[in-house]
Design a protein. Structure first.
Length: 428
C-alpha cells in the first residue's frame, strides 16, 4: 500500500499569557533573523506541555518533533490524556492551523470532523447547512444533490431537516455534521472525539461507516477517542501521545496496553493537586477513602464485599442547598460500567456553616469481578456542576465469594455481578 500521509518533524509552539503582549517585538525579532538567514530565536525557547504545572516560560510546545506515516486504507488511532496534543495534531493535519516547524505531505482530499457543529449556521435549516457545509468541504452542488437523501437518512434527523440548526441538540448537530463529512468520500477522514456526544446507536452507526470507508472503499481514517473499545474495534495501528510527544506507535493492542499500564502516572491521588477540574468551584473534592463496614481503610476490594466510598469536599461558599453527588466506574478500556448517584436514591444534602463535608456512598455488595477500574466523581449544587474530576482514582477488585456459595465466578467477558436466584414456579 502506498503512503497517503506523512508528518515530518511537526512541532507547534504557543505563546502563554495575554494575546498580543510583546508580540510585535517578537515578530520584528523573528523577521530580522529571517532576513539575515538565521534560525527563529524563539524555537530555542519553550516549556514542555505540563498543563497542571505553573508556567515558568513565555512559550510552550503543544507538539514537539512528531513523525509518522499513514498508509492508504489504514485506520490510525490517536490516544492519550486530555492536553496530550491529539486535537492540535489533527488541526494541523486538517490545515486548520499551521505547524511552527515541520511539514505535512498528503495525497488526496481531507475531510475533518473536529468540533460539534463546525461550519454550521444556527439560523439556517439542516438542509441548507448540508449544502453550505458540503460546499465548504469541497463537494459540488450536483454531488450534494445526488447524496442528499442518503445524508439525511444517515443523520437520523429527517423530521427536523427543515428546522433551523439553532433548535438542534448537540447530538443532532454531530449526527448531521458527521453525515456530511462521511459522504464527502475523502481520501482521508479526520475524526476527533465528537462521537461521544451521540447516543450509542449513532456511535455504532458512525464506527460502521468509518469501517466501511476504510475496508470497503480503501479510504484512510485518523480517529481520536478516549474509548478504548472503539479504538480496538476500528483501528489497525495506534499512536499514544503525552505532553506533546509520541510515546508509542504500533499495533493497536500493544498501544492500548502501553497506554493503560502507564495511565496511573497521569492520575493524581491527591485531589487538591488537580488542575483540570470542571465546575463553578463552590465546593471542591480534596480527598477520598474506601473503607469496610468497620471503617478500616481498603486498598484492594473484594467482589461481594460491603464497602463505603467517602469523598471529602472543601466548601468555598456558605449556605449551599440541594447538593447531589455521584461517582462513575469505568473499565480500563473506557467503557462505562456503573454509576452510583444520589439523585437515583432521591437523596440530597444542604450545608449552612461548614468548611468541609464528607459524602459517603454505601455499597452493600460490590458488584464487580476481579480487575482494575477507573472512577470519576462529580457533585452538583442546585443542578449546576460544582466540581467534576474525571479519571479521579483507580480501584483494584479481587474475585470473591459474591454469591456466598464458596465459589468464585469463572473468568469471562462479564464485569458486573447481580444477586439472583432460580426456582421452579407452580404456574406460568
Amino acid at each position: 500500500m502506498r503512503t497517503i500521509l506523512t508528518a515530518q518533524n511537526i512541532s507547534k509552539q504557543y505563546r502563554l499569557g495575554l494575546v498580543g503582549t510583546g508580540s510585535l517585538k517578537h515578530d520584528l525579532n523573528r523577521w530580522w533573523h529571517m532576513i539575515k538567514g538565521k534560525e527563529d530565536p524563539y524555537l530555542k525557547m519553550g516549556a514542555t506541555n505540563y498543563r497542571d504545572k505553573k508556567a515558568v516560560e513565555d512559550y510552550v510546545w503543544a507538539l514537539k518533533d512528531i513523525n509518522f506515516e499513514v498508509k492508504e486504507g489504514e485506520v490510525l488511532g490517536l490516544i492519550g490524556q486530555n492536553g496530550a496534543g491529539k486535537s492540535t495534531l489533527l488541526k494541523i493535519l486538517s490545515r486548520v492551523t499551521s505547524p511552527t516547524t515541520g511539514n505535512i505531505k498528503t495525497r488526496g482530499r481531507i475531510a475533518s470532523l473536529l468540533e460539534v457543529g463546525t461550519g454550521f449556521h444556527g439560523e439556517l435549516t439542516g438542509r441548507e447547512n448540508i449544502y453550505m457545509n458540503g460546499a465548504v468541504l469541497g463537494m459540488t452542488k450536483a454531488e450534494i444533490n445526488r447524496k442528499l437523501d442518503e445524508i439525511i437518512d444517515f443523520s437520523g434527523c429527517e423530521m427536523y431537516i427543515d428546522t433551523p440548526i439553532k433548535r438542534y441538540s448537540s447530538g443532532m448537530t454531530v449526527r448531521l455534521g458527521f453525515a456530511v463529512a462521511a459522504h464527502l468520500e475523502p481520501e482521508i477522514l479526520v475524526v476527533d472525539e465528537v462521537l461521544a456526544v451521540g447516543d450509542a446507536e449513532f456511535q455504532k452507526k458512525a464506527i460502521g461507516k468509518m469501517q466501511d470507508l476504510s475496508h470497503g472503499q480503501g479510504r484512510t481514517v485518523l480517529f481520536v477517542s478516549h474509548n478504548m473499545a472503539s479504538i480496538q474495534s476500528l483501528c489497525t495501528r495506534t499512536i499514544v501521545m503525552d505532553k506533546g510527544v509520541i510515546n508509542f506507535k504500533g499495533d493497536t493492542n500493544d498501544a492500548i496496553n502501553f497506554y493503560l499500564n502507564n495511565k496511573n502516572s497521569f492520575i493524581t491521588k491527591n485531589f487538591q493537586d488537580r488542575q483540570d477540574r470542571e465546575g463553578n468551584g463552590k465546593l471542591e473534592f480534596i480527598d477520598y477513602s474506601i473503607t469496610d463496614h468497620r471503617n478500616n481503610r481498603l486498598t484492594s476490594l473484594i467482589s461481594g464485599q460491603k464497602v463505603i466510598f467517602k469523598f471529602k469536599c472543601r466548601v468555598k461558599r456558605k449556605n449551599l442547598e440541594n447538593l447531589k453527588v455521584s461517582f462513575t466506574v469505568y473499565k480500563k478500556n473506557g467503557e462505562l460500567l456503573a454509576t452510583f448517584m444520589s439523585q437515583l436514591t432521591n437523596e440530597s444534602f444542604s450545608l449552612n456553616d461548614s468548611d468541609e463535608i464528607i459524602f459517603g456512598c454505601v455499597i452493600e455488595k460490590l458488584p464487580f469481578m476481579g480487575g482494575e477500574y477507573n472512577c470519576s466523581v462529580i457533585v452538583w449544587e442546585n443542578e449546576n456542576i460544582a466540581d467534576w474530576l474525571q479519571n479521579a482514582f483507580n480501584i483494584e477488585v479481587i474475585d470473591g465469594d459474591f454469591f456466598g456459595t464458596g465459589k468464585t465466578v469463572p473468568k469471562s467477558h462479564v464485569s458486573v455481578l447481580v444477586s439472583h436466584h432460580w426456582y421452579l414456579p407452580s404456574n406460568f
